[in-house]
Ligand binder design. Structure first.
Ligand SMILES: Nc1ncnc2c1ncn2[C@@H]1O[C@H](COP(=O)(O)OP(=O)(O)OP(=O)(O)O)[C@@H](O)[C@H]1O
Length: 916
């Protein structure tokens, strides 16, 4: 059997042309390897051999290339060398990290018995081995494999066809951070799906392999950025999902956790099946699933998220993103919470107010804040340590982390005690109060201050914690002294100054004396038992020495056994109070985030925004936090603050659109983005970089800024631009905020201008969103005469000696020109080209004066008139349509089936006549 299996495996490699004879000789170890490899086909197999994990065949080739380690060979198979490479067990984490980062999955196969046991079964028997864990990007828990400030989400996506009331498909989402135990569920639709995936930004996305076959869904899944793990459809079986969930959490019914939709349950079942498969028996300590109402968050689609550089810059780095600019947290948990708040700003006014209250509290209570931050700086990542302990991957340092985390929780309670405490802070404090503080005190007493990483060798329990352990340790540690004393006694008794007691691994402890002086020892063979004769020396032992030796050895062993038992007891006590520990860890994160945002507000002069359910969007003295910081760092000019007001006038209920024209490099894009960022910051619960801000909650944020090629997906710059614009025009509503920067730029002038024109009309008439629209098409400014909620704004510049000076000030009105040529001159375009451009421009402007674009305004009907026509432009509304006239005449209730059929034929004839 093993031979056949082997054959299948090798067929996927270079040796495909070779066939394996039925009587193929496979060494027992190789047979075992092949069996295990076949059972774990989609991953690289780390096969434990002594102090190394070895990889063979294709796995070895892939790993050696990915890790830059030497490819060697071990034995032959079917006449060919077997490629092999290996990584030392003690450094395995680093190699795992590299492989996982490159998108691989790794099965870790351990020896599950002592080699001595295997030998008992016969000299040729192989040590039993088994895969103990499948390491995938979304199931990591090791500190070294994780980024402290980033959640590591595993996400499951499932679809129920016709799951909604309207019969459309609904999607269930479940996501888990195994390193902290958080577990969330939500339901969404096709339109929101990409935005919801982007909000979570999973490291690994699991979905039924059948879904991955659909190209649209595959695209959305790929866009999430997570590594894709297809699994069988059966993982998501929604009919058994409730039972599987209840079973996992050891409850009879899920009622206590809340109500979940079928799609959510199906996603939850999928993710739990995957965890069971990858963790092989270990159960990560998960929180009960929480329902994340998708509608409770501002919708930000992936393109907008990327354009606004919320968590990463367009080039993929954290540095330079909004998140990096505002992050003043001092703990890993705080940093993760801040990132998830930024990824999903709220839309509930009360919830936003609560967060602002917390920031305000720490802004006024500076001493409390700084004391708190000082304490938190030393607090380790309790949530992640807890997870490792529960997964049986914990070490002494994880226990110490919990101990120190609980100590920090106690200190923080004292530091935030008095004063008028806002609701969110009070709730966080309550969770700290309920933490298992007695256990904390016990842990502090139990673990040394700087324990070793692994529990394996002991040495982590503090002195004074367990008296038996202390005794055994001193026996072991005192051994040298006891031996030295014995040596002194023997040498005195025998009068032999050169007698020594030594130790080696073969003999253990022994007495050694120069051969010439061993007379007295050999004379008493019953006492001095001869062990070995060397050149010039002889070795002996005594019952006394042997007794001492076994005492020392067993003291070490017994000490280790006691330490491991203590470790298990403490671990168990931690797991039992896991929920309270996790709640306290979350409480600390909330305090960290609130204090950090207050610190930010103070340092950067942010102010508290007014948030309500209106359609207001009034920003006074707004700034772009990232550009402002960049300018400050370069020490050049300072950032010019600007106002924006897109709110409705007193008599209206719908927001406004600003059309911004202005020279290149003046600051249009910066202005657009800063307003979007201010909305995001306000609704995530932060203060904002402005003197004042009044924002009626934004439910969806859309931004189309700049143009980026997406050639990897076969879309041109212009196609990307149009796909994103289409998404905006199809989805934005009157509570949305839309930022459009130079729409139409990617095509010929007239096409671009026409698209921009129609887009503005659509936003104004149909979407009715608050919007900022930057453009170089000056012709568009004429639209403000026709569209009453459209105003023109421009960025002011000064011209001086033919050069242009940017003032970066947004003022009402339209730009008279682009100053493109002046900017080109600044950029160092050759003087000849600059001059020639001026000439060409002069001629073009002359032509334009003869047929100005303003006339378009009167010639073209308003956009609204067009939308009232049926799609396809079938009929002229001025001419009566015979089909609709006939339809109006019909009275279905008064007709027999036969008459109805005849009427249908008649209608068809009429239509045919009309088409002709
Ligand atoms: N309000 C401001 N205060 C100070 N400097 C600013 C301000 N806004 C923008 N700048 C500076 O001007 C540069 C250009 O800004 P931005 O890219 O927003 O211009 P733009 O008008 O969109 O240009 P283009 O039309 O060429 O795309 C920025 O990188 C920044 O250094």
């Amino acid at each position: 059997m093993a031979g056949e299996v082997w054959y299948v495996f090798v067929m996927s490699g270079q040796n495909a042309q070779k066939t394996a004879p039925a009587d193929q000789k496979v060494t027992p170890m190789m047979a075992q390897y092949i069996e295990i490899k076949t059972a774990n086909p989609d991953s690289l197999l780390f096969y434990r051999m002594g102090d190394f994990y070895e990889l063979f065949f294709e796995d070895a080739e892939i790993a050696s290339q990915s890790l830059g380690i030497t490819l060697t060979k071990r034995g032959k198979h079917q006449g060919d060398d077997i490629p092999m490479c290996g990584v030392p067990v003690h450094a395995a984490d680093d190699y795992l990290q590299k492989l996982i980062a490159k998108g691989h999955r790794v099965s870790v196969c351990e020896q599950t018995e002592d080699p001595a046991e295997a030998k008992k079964r016969g000299s040729k028997s192989v040590v039993r081995r088994d895969v103990v864990r499948l390491v995938t990007p979304g199931t990591l828990t090791e500190e070294r494999l994780l980024d402290a400030g980033t959640n590591n989400y595993l996400m499951a996506l499932t679809r129920l066809k016709g799951g909604s009331l309207s019969g459309d498909a609904v999607f269930g989402l479940a996501w888990i951070d195994m390193s902290t135990g958080s577990f969330q569920l939500s339901e969404t639709d096709q339109q929101r799906l990409a935005a919801d995936l982007a909000q979570v930004s999973p490291r690994e996305l699991i979905l039924a392999d059948s879904l991955l076959q659909e190209s649209d869904l595959r695209l959305v899944a790929e866009q999430s950025g997570g590594s894709l793990s297809p699994v069988p459809r059966a993982f998501f079986d929604s009919s058994t999902a409730s039972d599987r969930l209840a079973h996992y959490f050891g409850v009879k019914t899920l009622d206590g956790f809340g109500t979940f939709s079928r799609a959510e349950l199906s996603a939850a079942a999928g993710i739990l099946s995957y965890i069971e498969r990858t963790q092989l028996g270990e159960r990560p300590p998960l929180d009960p699933p929480m329902r994340e109402a998708g509608a409770g968050r501002m919708l930000i689609d992936p393109a907008t998220r990327a354009n606004l550089e919320l968590a990463r810059t367009l080039s993929g780095e954290r540095q330079g993103s909004l998140l990096a600019t505002i992050d003043r947290t001092v703990t890993g948990g705080g940093s993760r919470l801040l990132a998830s708040r930024l990824a999903g700003p709220l839309v509930n006014v009360d919830a936003i107010h609560h967060r602002h209250d917390s920031v305000a509290f720490f802004l006024t209570n500076e001493i409390k804040r700084e004391g708190l931050r000082q304490t938190l700086k030393g607090a380790p990542d309790m949530a992640r340590a807890l997870s490792r302990i529960a997964l049986n991957r914990g070490g002494p340092r994880d226990i110490l982390s919990v101990a120190q985390g609980l100590a920090a929780a106690r200190a923080v309670l004292d530091q935030t005690r008095n004063g008028d405490i806002p609701a969110e802070i009070a709730a966080a404090r309550a969770s700290l109060e309920q933490a298992p503080h007695e256990l904390g005190t016990q842990l502090v007493a139990a673990i040394k201050e700087e324990p070793p990483l692994l529990k394996r060798d002991g040495g982590f329990v503090a002195t004074g914690y367990n008296s038996d352990l202390d005794e055994l340790r001193s026996l072991r540690d005192e051994s040298r002294k006891v031996i030295a004393k014995l040596q002194a006694e023997y040498s005195e008794e025998l009068g032999l100054r050169s007698l020594k007691i030594k130790h080696n691994n073969v003999l253990g402890w022994f007495i050694e004396a120069p051969t010439a002086q061993t007379e007295k020892l050999t004379a008493d063979p019953a006492r001095f038992i001869h062990r070995q004769t060397m050149a010039g020396a002889m070795r002996f032992t005594t019952t006394e020495l042997a007794d001492l030796e076994s005492k020392i050895a067993s003291a070490g062993e017994r000490a280790l056994a006691i330490e491991l038992e203590i470790f298990d007891q403490l671990g168990q006590a931690i797991i039992e109070t896991g929920d309270a520990i996790k709640a306290a860890a979350h409480g600390l994160s909330i305090l960290d985030v609130s204090a950090a945002l207050a610190k930010l507000a103070q340092e950067e002069n942010y102010s508290r925004p007014v948030i309500d359910d209106s359609r207001a969007f009034e920003i006074k003295g707004g700034r772009h936090p990232v550009v402002e910081l960049a300018l400050r760092k370069t020490g050049g000019e300072s950032f010019v603050a600007n106002d924006a007001n897109l709110g409705p006038d007193a008599s209206e209920e719908i927001g406004h659109i600003w059309l911004i024209t202005g020279p290149n490099m003046a600051g249009k894009s910066t202005f657009l983005r800063q307003n979007a960022l201010i909305a995001v910051l306000a609704q995530m619960g932060s203060f904002v970089p402005a003197l004042e801000a009044h924002i009626g909650v934004v439910d969806r944020l859309f931004s189309r800024v700049g143009a980026a090629d997406d050639l990897a997906r076969g879309r041109s710059t212009f196609m990307v631009e149009m796909v994103e614009t289409a998404a905006i025009l199809n989805q934005a509503g009157d509570r949305s905020l839309v930022i459009l920067d130079e729409i139409g730029r990617g095509t010929a002038t007239f096409d671009g201008l026409s698209i921009a024109w129609a887009t503005i009309e659509h936003l104004h008439e149909v979407n009715k969103s608050r919007a900022l629209f930057a453009t170089h098409y000056h012709e568009l400014t004429a639209l403000s005469a026709k569209l009453d909620r459209l105003s023109n704004a421009t960025v002011s510049v000064k011209e001086w000696n033919g050069d242009v000076i940017f003032l970066h000030e947004i003022v009402p009105g339209a730009a008279d020109r682009s100053y493109g040529i002046q900017v080109a001159k600044l950029a160092g375009l050759p003087a000849m080209v600059v001059e020639r451009s001026k000439q060409v421009l002069g001629q073009l402007e002359e032509q334009d004066r003869r047929s100005p674009a303003e006339s378009l305004i009167d010639e073209l009907p308003l956009f609204a008139n067009i939308t009232t026509k049926p799609p396809g432009g079938a009929a002229d509304p001025a001419k009566p349509n015979p089909v609709s006239e006939a339809l109006t005449e019909l009275a279905p209730d008064d007709m027999t089936p036969r008459e109805a059929l005849e009427a249908l034929y008649q209608l068809k004839t009429l239509q045919a006549g009309g088409d002709g």
